[in-house]
Design a binder for this molecule. Sequence first.
Ligand code: SF4
Length: 367
Amino acid sequence: GDQAISETPLHSRRKSRRIMVGSVPVGGGAPISVQSMTNTVTADINATLQQIAELAAAGCDIVRVAVPSQDDADALPIITKKSPIPVIADIHFQSRYVFQAIDAGCAAVRVNPGNIRKFDQVGPDICKAATEAGISLRIGVNAGSLDKDIYAKYGGPTPEALVESAMKEARMFEDVGFHDFKISVKHHDPITMVQTYRLLASKGDWPLHLGVTEAGPAWQGTIKSCLAFGALLSEGIGDTIRVSLSAPPVEEVKVGCKILEYLGLRQRHFDIISCPSCGRAQVDVIQLAREVTEGLKDITAPIRVAVMGCIVNGPGEAREADLGVASGNGKGQIIIKGKVVQTVPEDQIVPTLLERARAIAADMEAK
Ligand code: SF4
């Protein structure tokens, strides 16, 4: 089906209902989308659009922009019109910006019923405006913005507390006949996050937006996101993902895309198989792998290149790849589909690999 690119996915996908975020379907077996959020001042239209273009080029499917002020809300019509991907307005506290975002043509609005004043009263109007505009909403809680009563009842942002809070919001929408929303229940701790989404997934068919919130800088945040998303996605839970890093947003997109690629949920791009090197290595594998990765980072064809430090595993691994090199005696054996096609001196390994890889990639794209 269209849900998994891999022939043998780890798990069948949980059956969620489908919503549209602009042109991007979320849920109901749609490909899992990658989201990020701009960190420019939204009202700085040029900077925001430039960052959105960069995110889209890196594989981002949906982008969210923060709307903390009137100037930001005023920038939305141009941003939504010029963005190459659907734009979600992220709104806290002020319900009037929600209506403005809907009028501005945003693909969706993220509202936090927990901190919108008098949400009981404005909620139905928001649903009505969204229905009329044909757009979707995202609701849900973060550990940090949990309803006070629920917090007190459970003594903290436990999975049960987060799920009860999210379901209370969902019911509020469903009671007025609104169903075009997805839910997030973010937590900064991967274990709590996984338990929370599992519980929520068992309670209904809402499409789920996965996130480990405030996951930390790139290194820690990447690990937390891989663990949490890996656990959930490998159980079939999750319809759209956002990796949160204290790093440039394009890094979030790269991590999100790779998680999906390695789980067989998105078409693979260039990938490298390289050995860790050991006392047997006859070439600087770490440097070689770095140069090959850098030299092929723009390749979109699903090519696999193997870089091996010696002939112990070299030929075997290289056979599994489209292209590989096994080094020894100051030379590199270039291997294509398991056959040695050329032997080059060590200083020619990288240029030869890059040239061959580009030729194979061009071939793949032509097919
Ligand atoms: Fe060591 Fe060779 Fe294996 Fe690389 S391929 S880790 S150099 S034995």
